[in-house]
Design a protein around this ligand. Structure first.
Ligand SMILES: C[S@@+](CC[C@H](N)C(=O)[O-])C[C@H]1O[C@@H](n2cnc3c(N)ncnc32)[C@H](O)[C@@H]1O
Ligand SMILES: Nc1nc2[nH]cc(C(=O)O)c2c(=O)[nH]1
Ligand code: SF4
Ligand SMILES: [Mg+2]
Length: 210
């Protein structure tokens, strides 16, 4: 299979439990909860996306003809050194494109594979770190994983229900919108009230990283 990738880059994972870790990011093109066009945002299931994921024209992006081509590009961004190789598959919605071939090829290059997904498609069992970020109005079928990262506040979210899902870590990430400061305060309030949750800040934005 070929893969449509919006962009690829080496950075630090900015969010969640792995924040601060050196990582190659692969941003797959396309999402099942928003077309990516601004004129569709108001009517999309997911309305707050902070990411451009349409097309393959970003830095390091492109159409990769097969899994080996994509895995070789990821290894190229990592560079020399085989220790602690870490790749984050994101998007768009990465589970629209992730298959056995890309998981096997990345493992063969020595990478530990993390994924950021909206959870509406069952995660590939070969992924080493599953991060699910539920969106109100969607049906989350992937209710197990390493990290559940809830963007907050999100109207229509049943947080009591989410707490019953089988995730090793529960994280709240402030919604980045014009009310960002109030959203951060709401997250702190909620963590103070519910100690099973932890705060996840988008540290790459604070640092000016990609
Ligand atoms: C762009 S999404 C791509 C992966 C997948 N489609 C998903 O939603 O999890 C990557 C992460 O950014 C989060 N995110 C997107 N827009 C955000 C915003 N405005 N504020 C805070 N987090 C946001 C998502 O919830 C998700 O955890
Ligand atoms: N540095 C950095 N960390 C991230 N963690 C999740 C991201 C994403 O867009 O999926 C992201 C991103 O875009 N950049
Ligand atoms: S599900 Fe993820 S990629 Fe899709 S629109 Fe929402 S935040 Fe963006
Ligand atoms: Mg991002």
């Amino acid at each position: 299979m070929s893969y449509a990738v919006k962009e690829m880059f080496l950075t630090l994972q900015g969010e969640g439990v792995n924040a601060g870790r050196r990582a190659v990011f692969v941003r797959f093109a396309g999402c099942n909860l928003w077309s990516g066009r601004e004129q569709d945002r108001a009517t999309a299931v997911c309305k707050f996306c902070d990411t451009e994921f349409v097309g393959t024209d970003g830095l390091g992006g492109g159409k990769f003809v097969d899994a080996q081509a994509l895995a070789s590009a990821v290894a190229g961004f990592w560079g020399e050194g085989t220790r602690d190789r870490f790749v984050v598959l994101t998007g768009g919605e990465p589970m629209l494109q992730i298959d056995d071939a890309i998981i096997d090829a990345l493992h063969a290059e020595g990478f530990r594979i993390a994924m950021e997904s909206n959870g509406t498609i069952v995660a590939h069992p070969g992924i080493d770190w599953v991060c699910i970020s539920p969106k109100a109005g969607s049906v989350v079928v992937q209710r197990t994983g390493d990290e559940l990262k809830l963007v907050w506040p999100q109207l229509g979210t049943d947080i009591d229900d989410i707490e019953t899902w089988a995730f090793a870590n529960l994280l709240l990430q402030p919604l980045d919108d014009p009310q960002a400061e109030a959203n951060r305060e709401a997250c702190v309030e909620l963590v103070l009230a519910r100690p099973q949750w932890r705060l996840s800040l988008q540290t790459h934005k604070l640092l000016g990283l990609r």
